[in-house]
Design a protein around this ligand. Sequence first.
Ligand code: PLP
Length: 496
Amino acid sequence: MRSSPLDLSPEQFRTLGHHLVDQLAELLREMPRGPVTTGAGLTDVRDALGRRGMPREGSDPRALLDHAIELLRAHNLYNGHPRFYGFITSSAAPIGALAELIAATVNQNVGGYLLSPMATEIEAQTMRWIAELLGMPEGSGGVLVSGGNMANMVAVWTARAQALGTGIRERGIRELPPLRLYASGETHTWVQKAADLSGIGTDAIRWIAPDDRQRMDTGALRDALERDRAAGDRPLAIIGTAGSVSTGAIDPLGELAAIAREHGVWFHVDGAYGAPAAILPDAPDDLKALREADSVAVDPHKWLYAPLEAGCVIVRHPEMLRDAFSYHPPYYPDAVEEPDPPIYYHEWSPQNSRGFRALKVWLALQQVGRSGYERMIAEDVALAKRMFEMAAAHDELEAATLGLSIATFRYVGPEDRDTRAQRLEELNVLNKAIMERMQSEGRAFLTNAVIDDTYLLRACIVNFRTGEEDVRAVIDEVVRVGRELSGIPVAAWVER
Ligand SMILES: *Cc1c(COP(=O)(O)O)cnc(C)c1O
């Protein structure tokens, strides 16, 4: 038998695997007690890694695995830490880590059914389940991609083929009137990449001003649509957001759906973050209305707590994905002739070879079921509300916004409320400094939002490890750092 330097015997694999899982279990046990991050500088990270070139000879795999874990343990930012509140990055379901080991071991190529029979069917089932969770109509389906950006882009490319006809794929867009996308000013930056990469250019985006709750102003949307149509432009899609990145704002999706229908325009919802909250029994109608969309992007690696990467797009008529992406070269097998044929996923997105992302999502969905997700998401929402209330109740803090599981607030100090407007610039600088200090100290990790020129501290809870004491800790920490940076003696703070 051929002996390869890269292969491991089943016995070696077993021994190494057990050793590895023991180390990872230890890492998971220690992580909540340690800092969110050690805050090491770039030089430290590079020094620890070393600058040597590609090794000429191989090394012992056990030593390599140990070294990899040690490097990552010592120089990490733990988004699964109970006091990580940054961006929109969730704690990862541990079953997802185990699923990744299975997925890599069976190494299915989910680009085509022939290469991955069970994995293909598991992905299709996962997509049906997510569609069902969101309340999308029977027959909806979709495809897993790397994340929200790709999911949203796949939706725009699909909308393009529907709005302009699939002939657009041969002709390109060069002889068309100006194409338009409609999105609120709070839309995530994916929309710029989508406009750019679909050839219509970022100038095609009509940025609709948000209202005073950061939601798309539907009056302004109607005006823009009418103006553009009168000028002979072609509206491609209306884009609603279900949970904006800055404040968790939800556009009035029901009304957007009605406007899209009136104008015969594709309606896409970016629910990368917020869509899973539609399963809550008390979800607002504006959010539940995402089921009226032609396409919805949702990130299992956010509020379904899958380890990175897992985004997906759910389409009301999934065969439209094929209209947008399918080619049939002679070196690929013919489709299976069946009444309900399997999906050839390479025809459903820009990707060709595809990993088995579905497994980690599929297993987590089953580990806790719909009721488990309802509970975890409801708890995240309640904790964000708690944080907002604590900020509102504190003399030295000012609560700003609360949307889904995102709370924003700022440190204002013990001074008079009336002076805050004049101190805007000073408070902006102070709050940025508070955030940076907290990020480097690693006791609790926040990021920021800017609303109407006001710099705010921002906490997003998509984390099944966060509890009430972690919420209280972040409030205490902001006040402590705020006082320290404003030169208020810590002793005075301790006495209070
Ligand atoms: C996170 C996010 C995105 C981008 O998703 P990625 O998974 O980071 O590519 C897009 N839109 C919204 C609303 C998001 O929260």
